[in-house]
Every structure is written in structure tokens, then in C-alpha cells.
Design a protein around this ligand. Structure first.
Ligand code: SAM
Ligand code: SF4
Length: 325
């Protein structure tokens, strides 16, 4: 376990069609209530034990993590854990103001991944499904960079929805210093109506971009890194592709995922979490928490993406907005 992804809320103000389709997540959907959420103190306690087990990298996610009030207070707590070398946030950036970006940076946040699926206004609004404009995300990207955060952009590609945006997005972010990462549309959860035909593979994405600007692989891959990196031959920066569908990377996965109510999942496609909130609230000692984490990790044998085509376990999988991708 090297990489802990912490989902701080399952609420979101977007209804991205590939993640929280409106038809399912309407006003009556039951999200985790305030009492059910792990407190920042509880999250910090778990993170400290996870760090003793080997975690060096923490990413905060959601739902939309910036909807959790005072997120910078959690960032400050986590940034004080000595073993944590890399502290990052994934967000739709809809509520990221210059002040918030500065507060997160001052609290110790190093990196931010901002999701943006299209530059075309109609396509982007169709994807977020709440009428959120592109310009505000672009502004937030600038604000994050101005606050001193290293910025990456995440684009999920779904055929016939936003694949026309692959080249315009590449063009826009070339030469900005922000790495654009293309994510293959995944069959996380049970509710997004995923079909293999909707996936645009990493190979196709690379070839579409390569037709305009030649690319070459970047070899300095860190173990457990999910994005395969490429650079523009003309020196205009890097892109990444995340090929969870076409080239699964279960064998080198070092990630654990904590849900907002304290369930630990050892796979993004997991059907069963491990209840750490009950343990925390039963008065467990740090040693007991450490032992529980170690036991869960040792017992893990997930390889959903590798088995997808054959004997992938059936059952209700955890939803993406719940554990944050
Ligand atoms: N709300 C934040 C955001 O959108 O950045 C953080 C949570 S979101 C679940 C994390 C990432 O997962 C986003 O970049 C989103 O685009 C991606 N994502 C959601 N559903 C996906 C799917 N079915 N396939 C691939 N990526 C997905
Ligand atoms: Fe919300 Fe992020 Fe899911 Fe979009 S991808 S619905 S912004 S959690």
C-alpha cells in the first residue's frame, strides 16, 4: 500500500453523465449524512497508520471534495504526516476561488487535478449536466497555477460524446506546462450504463493526437503509476493516458481507497468495503487500527480489470462518486 485515496464526501454539484447520471441521482437519492462522514480527526488517524504501513501518497477526492467545508484544515493535518511526500486533490474546480486555492496551497497541498471533459461549451454542459460553463473551469486552472499548485487536467473520453474534443484539448494545453491526462471511460459502479463500444482506447487517443503532433514515450515510470506518459517531440510538454480498460494494470496496483463513511476498498471495482469507522468509534488503539489495515491489505487479491472479460465478480460494485476514482 503506497497510495491512499480519500473520498471526503459523496455529494457533488455536477451530474456527469458517466458518473452520477441525473436519472439516478435525483433529489431523492440518499447520500451519506453529516453524522456518517468520517471527521477530519478520524481521517488523520487512519492516514497516520496507513503511512506507517508504507503510504507516501495521499489524494483527496469525492464526490466533489471542495464541497466539504474547510477542506484546507484536513490538508494541513495530512501534510504534517512526515512520510507523506505527495498530497494532491482531484476536483471539478467549480467552487475553486483564488482564495481557496491559496488556502489549500498554504495548508500544504502540492498538486491539483482538475477535471475538464471538453472545451466546447455545449459538449461540456451536456457532460456535467448542470449547465456549468467551460470558462469558469479554465479560470480555476489559472487560479490554481497562480497559487503555486502543480496542475493536471483529467479528461474522460466517451465515444460520440466528447471524442471530438481530444485534439482541441491537446492543442489547448500543449505548451501550458499542465499535463493533460486522458482517461478511458470505465465500467465503475452499476449505474452509468457502460458499454465497451463507448470506450475510446488509449491507443486510439494517442494516434489521433500523434497525427497532429508527434509523441514519444517518457520512460521514467514510477511503480504503481497508472498513467502512461508521452511527450510532444517538439518540446511542448507531456500528456498521459489511463488505459484501465484496454491495458489493465492490476498487477502493479498499490492503491487503497477510503469512502466518506470509512469503508476501505482495495479495488476501484470492489463490491465489499471494510468498515474502519466502526473500529475507530469503538475506541480502538492506534496499534489495533494498524493491525486492521495490514490485515486487509495482506488479504487482498483484487484484479477486476484483468478479469473483466472473463470471470469478473458479479455483484453491486461501489460507485465512482463514492470512492472517487
Ligand atoms: N468530483 C471530482 C472530479 O470530478 O474531479 C472528483 C471525483 S471524480 C469521481 C474523479 C475522477 O473520476 C474525475 O476525473 C472523473 O472524470 C473520473 N470519472 C468519473 N466517472 C468515470 C468513469 N466512469 N470512467 C472514467 N473516469 C471517471
Ligand atoms: Fe461529480 Fe466528479 Fe462524478 Fe462529475 S465526475 S459527477 S464532478 S464526482
Amino acid at each position: 500500500m503506497r497510495d491512499l485515496r480519500i473520498s471526503v464526501t459523496d455529494h457533488c454539484n455536477f451530474r456527469c453523465v458517466y458518473c452520477m447520471p441525473k436519472a439516478v441521482f435525483g433529489t431523492r437519492y440518499h447520500f451519506v449524512g453529516h453524522e456518517g462522514l468520517l471527521t477530519f480527526e478520524e481521517i488523520e488517524r487512519l492516514a497516520r497508520q496507513a503511512a506507517l504501513l508504507g503510504v507516501t501518497k495521499i489524494r483527496l477526492t469525492g464526490g466533489e471534495p471542495l464541497l466539504r467545508p474547510h477542506l484546507e484544515d484536513l490538508v494541513a493535518k495530512l501534510s504534517h504526516i512526515q512520510a507523506i511526500e505527495d498530497l494532491a486533490l482531484t476536483t471539478n474546480a467549480s467552487t475553486l476561488t483564488p482564495q481557496k486555492a491559496a488556502a489549500l496551497r498554504a495548508a500544504g497541498l502540492q498538486r491539483i487535478n482538475i477535471s475538464l471533459d471538453a472545451l466546447d461549451e455545449d459538449i461540456f454542459q451536456k457532460m456535467n449536466d448542470v449547465g456549468f460553463p467551460v470558462a469558469r473551469v479554465l479560470q480555476a486552472i489559472d487560479d490554481a497555477a497562480a497559487a503555486g499548485l502543480r496542475v493536471k487536467i483529467n479528461m474522460v473520453v466517451r465515444r460520440n460524446l466528447n471524442d471530438s474534443q481530444i485534439v482541441p484539448m491537446a492543442e489547448h494545453f500543449r505548451g501550458t506546462g499542465h499535463t493533460l491526462r486522458f482517461i478511458e471511460y470505465m465500467d465503475v459502479g452499476n449505474l452509468n450504463g457502460w458499454q465497451r463500444d463507448d470506450v475510446v482506447t488509449a491507443q486510439e487517443i494517442l494516434s489521433r493526437i500523434g497525427d497532429h503532433w508527434p509523441l514519444e514515450p517518457v520512460n521514467s515510470q514510477r511503480y504503481g503509476e497508472v498513467a502512461t506518459r508521452y511527450r510532444y517531440v517538439d518540446g511542448q510538454g507531456e500528456i498521459g493516458v489511463i488505459s484501465s480498460i484496454s491495458q489493465p494494470f492490476c498487477g502493479s496496483c498499490t492503491r487503497a481507497r477510503l469512502s466518506p463513511e470509512g469503508q476501505l476498498y482495495t479495488c476501484l471495482f470492489g463490491t465489499q468495503g471494510h468498515d474502519l469507522r466502526a473500529l475507530l468509534r469503538s475506541g480502538a488503539t492506534d496499534e489495533e487500527i494498524y493491525a486492521a489495515l495490514a490485515g486487509i491489505w495482506r488479504a487482498r487479491d483484487d484484479r477486476y480489470s484483468e478479469l473483466r472479460a472473463s470471470t469478473a465478480p458479479k455483484g453491486q460494485k461501489v460507485e465512482m462518486f463514492h470512492i472517487g476514482g
